[in-house]
Design a protein around this ligand. Structure first.
Ligand code: URA
Length: 237
């Protein structure tokens, strides 16, 4: 591990509220000075964690370059007891201005998809009943995809959010969310339509609503509706 990697690692744990990390070596057999014994690493999620505490730990975040152009940090919104969590990529212009996820055009489509599908399927839920958040909490300039480094830095907070929420299922919207939660390079077309898992929580991948807004994606739209039906029935039946 390079000194820089070690520094980043320690910052990561500091962000989680972990104050001390000990290297444990058996008393009877001390490790030779030049070899590095594996570190005993603390849990990634502090005990008694809450969404409020995570938001406080994010603070006025300056951990990556995305802070430079953002207006508002977009933490997440919805029911804190939600049984279903949607994870998007990162805030766009409207979300950056308002501080809430999926409030722009893609968000309106997502709301419609959730509410219309639920109504059609006889499932009594509306958007405020689910929880919605993103992989990165600050808007990437020009709506570019977040870099692997930005995803890693901000991913600790998504991890903690999901650990606190412990939903019945997660729906990953688009390839950035799928990459972040499944550590895969596969695209949505390959991943969608079947169940995966994030730390034992069933996870379904579907198309990002922004992709569905493009006029030529009729097949994807139909498939996204199928995915949504599947996840809604799984969670609420
Ligand atoms: N796209 C996302 O991925 N997230 C949002 O919050 C808005 C648009």
């Amino acid at each position: 591990m390079t000194p820089e990697q070690l520094r980043q690692y320690l910052t990561f744990y500091q962000d989680l509220g972990v104050k001390n990390i000990y290297r444990r070596t058996p008393a009877s057999k001390p490790a030779p000075a030049e070899t590095s014994a594996p570190m005993e690493l603390p849990a990634l999620s502090p005990s008694g964690d809450t969404l409020l505490r995570i938001r406080e730990d994010i603070g006025d975040c300056r951990r990556c370059g995305l802070c430079q152009q953002r207006n508002k940090i977009v933490f997440g919104s919805g029911n804190q007891q939600a049984r279903l969590v949607f994870v998007g990529e990162g805030p766009g212009a409207d979300e950056d201005a308002q501080g809430f996820p999926f409030v722009g055009r893609a968000g309106q489509l997502l709301t419609q998809m959730i509410e219309n599908t639920a109504a059609k399927e006889g499932i009594p839920i509306q958007r405020p009943d689910v929880y919605i958040c993103n992989v990165v909490k600050c808007r990437p300039p020009e709506n570019r995809a977040p870099s692997p480094e930005e995803m890693e830095i901000c991913g600790q907070f998504l991890y903690r959010q999901l650990m606190v929420l412990q939903p019945t299922a997660i729906c990953a919207l688009g390839s950035t969310a799928a990459k972040a939660l499944l550590a895969t390079k596969d695209g949505v077309t390959r991943l969608r339509g079947k169940w995966h898992a994030w730390r034992d929580i069933p996870l379904l991948v579907t198309f990002h609503p922004s992709y569905l807004l493009r006029p030529y994606n009729q097949d994807a739209k139909r498939e996204a509706w199928e995915d949504l039906k599947k996840v809604l029935h799984f969670v609420y039946d």
